[in-house]
Design a protein around this ligand. Structure first.
Ligand SMILES: [Zn+2]
Length: 306
């Protein structure tokens, strides 16, 4: 049974601070025709849309950056995770500024906003990437492995030599309900002792306890603590889903990621797509998307719908 493509019912806008640049930025996500995929541009520079895919990744240092012809947009991964996790196939993404707003450091505000406007079914079948053989990339102690499967599942492991984190593992067969309830709310995290160095590199300039879990020598510094006991590894799952959205289509695979990051996620996407014999497009569903109920709850103040 084929699954149909979806876009948004109407435009939704998010604004806030960029995690790395610290600049005030905003992003509008609007309905796009079937078959468009996710298209992104810097609207403040009058740039043309480009497909938001692995082919246009410019950097994977501390965030995933896409761009073309002299412009770039950083930190696309949490918005892409929300779009892909909720089953949005087609959308125009207009970014005002060099970075997607950090919001609260998770994908939850994007999920609320997208659910708030709702999805529209389109009359074209959704195609997904069907693996024929295993693809593995490894670097610096990290590994990402894609194995053929009948659905999209992830198994993510992290291991940080800090008593607040240490070894954590999270696994799930991902559908939009699991994404919303278990993954979307997990926030990005950083270590207090690295903040000074990051800032000297021009990174994390907008980072704060409002948009990241900050880990000090004694533990988590955020007053409200963690949203999940294993929030760190769930955030890694969120990043993985966002980075794999750059494949341009959902993937039927069992994805195992151990001590991975944006660079390795990008490398596995590129290795897969550039090895034609190991995959093909298929019209069978990759991910179950339960129909989305209207949001109902509060929409955060940073989200505007039109
Ligand atoms: Zn992240």
């Amino acid at each position: 049974m084929a699954v149909f493509q979806h876009t948004l019912k109407k435009k939704v806008e998010f604004s806030g601070i960029g995690l790395h640049t610290g600049e005030r930025v905003s992003v509008k996500v609007s309905p796009a025709p079937a078959g468009s995929g996710l298209l992104i541009r810097r609207s403040d520079l009058g740039a043309s849309y480009i497909p938001c895919t692995y082919k246009h990744v410019l950097s994977t240092s501390h965030a995933t950056t896409v761009g073309s012809g002299g412009w770039s947009v950083s930190t696309v991964e949490h918005l892409l995770a929300a779009l892909s996790g909720l089953g949005v196939d087609n959308a125009y993404i207009d970014v005002e500024g060099p970075e997607v707003p950090a919001m609260d450091g998770s994908a939850a505000p994007f999920v609320y906003g997208i659910q708030g406007v709702g999805l529209r079914l389109q009359r074209s079948p959704r195609r997904c990437i069907e693996l024929k053989e295993e693809v593995v990339v490894a670097s610096g102690g990290g590994v990402v492995c894609l194995e053929p499967a009948n659905h999209f599942s992830i198994s993510v492991e992290i291991d940080f030599p800090h008593p607040a984190i240490e070894r954590q593992h999270y696994a799930a067969k991902v559908n939009s309900k699991v994404f919303r309830n278990e993954i979307a709310k997990a926030r990005t995290f950083g270590f207090l002792r690295e903040v000074e160095w990051l800032r000297s590199q021009g990174l994390a300039l907008g980072g704060s306890l409002e948009n990241a879990v900050v880990v000090g020598d004694e533990g988590v510094l955020n007053g409200d603590g963690l949203r999940f006991d294993d929030e760190f590894v769930r955030h890694k799952a969120l990043d993985l889903i966002g980075d794999l959205a750059l494949l341009g289509a959902p993937i039927k695979a069992k994805v195992t990621a151990v001590k991975s990051g944006h660079a390795l996620h990008h490398r596995v996407a590129k290795a897969l797509m550039e090895s034609a014999p190991s995959w093909d497009y298929s019209l069978s569903p990759a991910i179950e998307f339960p129909s989305m109920a209207p949001a109902g709850g509060e929409i955060p103040a940073q989200v505007a719908t039109a």
